[in-house]
Design a protein around this ligand. Structure first.
Ligand SMILES: [Zn+2]
Ligand SMILES: [Zn+2]
Length: 215
């Protein structure tokens, strides 16, 4: 699996292009903006996006969705709890952040659910519903990798003080990562990549989360 990282848009959110081989299909995770840059990279590696996976619906992760979908026909995938944010400048935070009202015109092709296995572009991802930063946050766990959105980042976690945010839910979502291997590479929504081992040893949110609740 190869992963290209492009920090895009006004908040430099990480957009990921994930693929097996050049000149093939790929998955784009969180196309947050800078459509021209994204297109340039897709062309350079001769990649065709089969799907757009969204970790959540905030404006800084969705700004290039319409351009990408219009030009490539890629299928749009998001959790139902965040689908409403796409057309809502208040809830996707574009209005409160003062970057102009963002309304995505494209409608989702698939509403992803907890536990779904996604087989796209020769890659496999397991979707884990991860509310806390937003209600419809999703982790996409692949072979040795985790795309964690704004739920888990290098040494920290996403804000929970905005609409849909909830610290208790976020900690519960983080606790669900306990069955993943230490060696898993974490690709967050902002900032540098990490490993689960590193986060387990130094991330106060992951430490506070502990393991899953036993019943
Ligand atoms: Zn966010
Ligand atoms: Zn973000």
């Amino acid at each position: 699996m190869k992963v290209l990282v492009l920090p895009v848009g006004p908040l430099k959110a990480n957009c990921y292009i994930v693929f097996q081989e050049e000149e093939g299909d790929c998955v784009v995770i969180d196309p947050g903006g800078d459509w021209e840059l994204l297109l340039h990279n897709l062309k350079e590696h001769r990649l065709t996006p089969e799907a757009i996976l969204l970790t959540h619906g905030h404006f800084d992760h969705i700004g290039a969705v319409d351009d990408l979908k219009k030009h490539t026909g890629a299928k749009l995938v998001i959790h139902s709890e965040d689908a409403g944010l796409l057309q809502d400048p208040e809830r996707n935070l574009s209005r409160p952040f003062g970057i102009g009202d963002l309304r995505v015109k494209a409608t989702p092709d698939r509403l992803v659910k907890d536990g779904d296995m996604l087989e796209i572009a020769g890659l496999r991802f397991r979707a884990l519903h991860a509310p806390g930063h937003t209600l419809g946050g999703v982790f996409y766990a692949g072979d040795g990798v985790l795309f964690s959105g704004d739920t888990l980042m290098w040494g920290t976690a996403g804000r929970t003080d905005m609409p849909g945010g909830n610290l208790q839910l976020l900690l519960k979502s983080l606790s669900r990562l306990s069955d993943l291997d230490d060696s898993v590479l974490v690709y967050p929504g902002h900032g540098p990549q990490s490993t689960l081992a590193r986060e387990r040893s130094s991330n106060p949110y992951l430490q506070a989360a502990g393991g899953p609740e036993k019943s």
